[in-house]
Write a protein that binds this ligand. Structure first.
Ligand code: F6R
Length: 238
């Protein structure tokens, strides 16, 4: 595992964007596993800047997102599909038909999870998976649990996740209580993992995840078993 502690959110974003752009430049048909939240916004901004300069071409890239709130439609401003379009896809030359986010309105979330996993498999797996980390150690929306959930599944969000994500909503009671998230298998099968975390309040969970016991009570700890992980951490929050 490579662990970088950098001085600022900007530096974290630049380093993460560098790693992703190296992937796309060396493999123009790369499958990128992507995340939402405040951690990757700077990374997407940097990638857009380099795209505008003509330094990266996303035309052959496929994107697969980690998760989506259950119950939100694509055009809901709080949905993760909306976030991805607004913060990244609308600004680059990726083929939108090859950008995948779980369907938050799926009538049968179990079937949706199954189809999502089959799609990732059919794409040949994920070349590099970008991850943030929750204060409770979640990755995607894999919340602390008694077991590591293997497949894409519907999950009840924890109080701490609901509270942390309330900043994106009008009020806490508007935060959906469930989400569809990629399970551990698709994440662990990604050829490379790139985890970014910003802010002093994330420091303890980041250190515990990579130096502590591997346990589903701290889902990110499973990444200790992955052969190619890069972590970029900064104490500065964005
Ligand atoms: C987002 C996701 C979540 C976030 C995590 C950290 O797609 O899967 O696991 O990465 O909640 O969120 P931020 O970056 O907002 O602190």
């Amino acid at each position: 595992m490579k662990f970088y502690e950098v001085a600022s959110y900007k530096e974290m974003s630049r380093k993460a964007a560098n790693i992703i752009s190296a992937e796309v430049i060396t493999n123009p048909n790369a499958v990128l596993g992507l995340a939402t939240g405040s951690s990757p916004i700077g990374t997407y901004k940097q990638l857009i800047e380099w795209y505008n300069k003509g330094d990266i071409d996303f035309s052959g890239v496929t994107a697969v997102n980690l998760d989506e709130y259950y119950g939100l439609s694509e055009d809901n401003e709080q949905s993760y599909r909306y976030f991805m379009n607004k913060n990244f896809f609308d600004h680059i030359n990726i083929n939108k038909a090859r950008t995948y986010v779980p369907n938050g309105l799926a009538k049968d979330p179990v079937l949706e999870g199954k189809l999502y996993d089959e799609r990732i498999k059919a794409l040949g797996g994920i070349d590099i998976q970008l991850l943030g980390i929750g204060l409770d150690g979640h990755i995607g929306f894999n919340e602390p649990n008694d077991v590591f959930m293997r497949d894409t599944h519907l999950v009840d969000l924890n109080e701490s996740t609901i509270k942390a994500n309330a900043r994106f909503f009008e009020s806490e009671d508007k935060v959906p209580r469930q989400a569809i998230t990629m399970g551990m298998m698709s994440i662990m099968r990604a050829k490379k993992i790139l985890l970014i975390a910003a802010g002093e309040k994330k420091e303890a969970v980041v250190r515990e995840a990579f130096n502590g016991v591997i346990t589903p009570k701290l889902p990110a700890s499973i990444l200790q078993l992955h052969p190619n992980v890069t972590v970029i951490f900064t104490k500065e929050s964005n």
